[in-house]
Design a protein around this ligand. Structure first.
Ligand code: GDP
Length: 456
C-alpha cells in the first residue's frame, strides 16, 4: 500500500465529508467610491482595507475576520476583486453576482448623496434574482445638508435603507444589527476538547513489537506514572499522566499498550481497534516504527488512520540502535516511497532501549500541536492567496477559468481552509495550494484540509 500520490479524499470535497462549520460570509457590494472600504474598516474596527475606491485599483486583501454581538463572520470586500467586465455597470453587476453566489448576506452600499445610478440598478437586478438576504446601507449620511432622499432608496425595492456614515461611524451599529439579524441560524458546534485547559492528549501508536511499552516505560518510569483516577474508574482505557519537559501530558489508553496482545491471534485486529479508539480521544499521535525491519503494511495503515482522523502526527523511528548502513539506505527509500504523503510530519530517530534522542520527542509533539492549533487571519490568508493566484492562476477547465474569489480558515485542529470559487479546481491545483500553504506558513506536524465551495 503506497500513500505517495494517493488521492486526497478530504480535499475532494466528497458530499459525505463532515464539513467544518464555515463562518457566515457577508459580502459588501456597491459601485466604486460609495465608501465600501471605509465601511469595511469601520466594521472590522481596523484600517486594513485600502480606501481608494476607484475602478481598477487592485487591493491585496479582500476578506477579513469580523464579529458583532459575539457572532463571527467573514467580511468580503468585492471591490478587491478584479473583473474583466468592461464598463462600470457591468463590472459592479459582475461583482454582485459573485457576491450573491458566495455570500450568506449581501451588504449593498449606495451613496446617499448622489442618489441611485444605473450601476446601482444593475446590482439590484442581480440581487433580486439571487434571493439572498440583502441589507441596504445608505452611506455618507454625515449629518450635512444633503442628507438622503429616503424615498428614492426605498424605491430600489430591496428593503429599508440604513443611513450610515462610514467616515464618522454614525449608524454603523444599527447597520450591523441588521446584518446580524440576516445571518443564518448558528449551528451548535461540538468541541474536541475533553476537558478544556487539561493536559494535552497523546496517543502512542504502532504495530505490536515496535517498542511502545518500552518507550512508555522510558518516558514515564513505573513510579512516575500517575494513573488518571477518573478515566481509570469509568473507562476501560486507562490513561496515564506523565510529566515530560516540565509539562504534564496525558497518554491515552496506556492500559492497551501495557497489555500484551502480541502472542495472541488477532493481534493486528486489536492493534487497529486500539488505534481507532485512542485517536478519537487524542490530539496528537506519536507513531512508532521499527527501523530494524522493513516498513510493514500495518505501519502505513496506522499512519493513514492518523491522517484521516485529522490529528497531529509525529513519527518516531525506534530501535535506531539496531540500524546499520545498509538498512539505513533502504529505510530512507521506504520512507520516500511509502510515507511521502506525510513528509510534513516531524521525524525523531530514537531508541527506547538506550534512551537515544528521547528528549527530542516533546519538542516534536509541541510543534505538531502548535500547528494543529494554528490559525491564519482571513486578511493575511487572502493577501497571500491573491499573490499566489496572480502568479499561478488555476488551469482552465472546459474552456472556463475558475476564479478563486476568497478563502477563509474555517477551523483549526487541524487547520481547514475553504476556497470560495466560481468553478471546480483540479486536484493538482488544490495540491499546489496546499503545498504552498505549507511552504509559506509551516504546518509541520499537522494535516491540513482544503475544500472548495462552489455556490450556485
Ligand atoms: P510494543 O509491543 O510496541 O509495546 O513493543 P515492546 O515495547 O514490548 O518491545 C518489543 C521488543 O522490542 C522488546 O523485546 C523490546 O525490548 C524491544 N525494543 C523496544 N525498543 C527497542 C529499541 O529501541 N532498541 C532495541 N534494540 N530493542 C527495542
Amino acid at each position: 500500500e503506497v500513500l505517495a500520490g494517493a488521492p486526497y479524499d478530504d480535499v475532494a470535497g466528497d458530499p459525505g465529508d463532515e464539513e467544518a462549520a464555515v463562518k457566515p460570509v457577508v459580502a459588501v457590494v456597491g459601485r466604486p467610491n460609495v465608501g465600501k472600504s471605509s465601511l469595511v474598516n469601520r466594521v472590522i474596527g481596523r484600517r486594513e482595507a485600502v480606501v481608494e475606491d476607484v475602478p481598477g485599483v487592485t487591493r491585496d486583501r479582500v476578506a477579513y475576520d469580523a464579529s458583532w454581538r459575539g457572532r463571527e463572520f467573514t467580511l468580503v470586500d468585492t471591490g478587491g476583486w478584479e473583473t474583466s467586465a468592461s464598463g462600470l455597470a457591468a463590472m459592479v453587476a459582475r461583482q454582485a453576482e459573485y457576491a450573491a453566489m458566495t455570500a450568506d448576506v449581501v451588504l449593498f452600499v449606495v451613496d446617499a448623496t448622489t442618489g441611485t445610478t444605473d450601476a446601482d440598478a444593475a446590482v439590484v437586478r442581480v440581487l433580486r434574482r439571487s434571493h439572498k438576504p440583502v441589507v441596504l446601507a445608505a452611506n455618507k449620511v454625515d449629518g450635512g445638508p444633503q442628507d438622503p432622499n429616503a424615498m428614492e432608496l426605498w424605491s430600489l425595492g430591496i428593503g429599508e435603507p440604513h443611513p450610515v456614515s462610514a467616515l464618522h461611524g454614525r449608524g454603523s451599529g444599527d447597520l450591523l444589527d441588521a446584518v446580524f439579524d440576516a445571518l443564518p441560524v448558528e449551528a451548535p458546534r461540538e468541541s474536541l476538547e475533553e476537558e478544556p485547559g487539561g493536559p494535552r492528549r497523546v496517543a502512542l501508536l504502532g504495530r505490536p513489537n515496535v517498542g511502545k511499552s518500552s518507550l512508555l516505560n522510558r518516558l514515564a518510569g513505573e513510579d512516575r506514572v500517575v494513573v488518571d483516577p477518573v478515566a481509570g474508574t469509568t473507562r476501560d482505557a486507562v490513561d496515564e499522566l506523565v510529566e515530560l519537559g516540565g509539562i504534564t501530558w496525558k497518554f491515552i489508553d496506556t492500559a492497551g499498550i501495557r497489555r500484551r496482545f502480541r502472542n495472541l491471534q488477532g493481534a493486528d485486529y486489536y492493534a487497529t481497534m486500539r488505534t481507532g479508539t485512542a485517536l478519537e480521544r487524542a490530539e496528537v499521535a506519536v507513531v512508532l516504527l521499527d527501523v530494524s525491519e522493513p516498513l510493514a503494511e500495518q505501519d502505513i495503515r496506522i499512519v493513514e488512520q492518523v491522517v484521516e482522523s485529522g490529528r497531529a502526527l509525529v513519527l518516531a523511528c525506534n530501535k535506531w540502535d539496531l540500524l546499520d548502513e545498509e538498512r539505513r539506505y533502504y529505510l530512507e527509500k521506504e520512507f520516500d516511497r511509502q510515507l511521502s504523503r506525510v513528509s510534513w510530519a516531524p521525524r525523531v530517530n530514537i531508541s527506547a532501549a538506550t534512551g537515544r534522542r528521547i528528549d527530542r520527542l516533546v519538542p516534536a509533539i509541541q510543534t505538531g500541536l502548535a500547528n494543529w492549533d494554528a490559525r491564519i487571519s482571513t486578511g493575511r490568508l487572502n493577501g497571500w492567496l491573491k499573490e499566489l493566484v496572480a502568479a499561478t492562476p488555476p488551469p482552465v477547465r472546459g474552456g472556463k477559468q475558475p476564479k478563486i474569489l476568497f478563502a477563509t480558515q474555517a477551523d483549526t485542529r487541524p487547520p481547514q481552509f475553504v476556497l470560495f470559487t466560481t468553478g471546480f479546481l483540479e486536484d493538482n491545483y488544490r495540491r499546489f495550494i496546499e503545498r504552498r500553504l505549507r511552504e509559506d506558513f509551516g504546518f509541520e506536524g499537522t494535516p491540513i484540509k482544503l475544500r472548495m465551495r462552489i455556490r450556485e
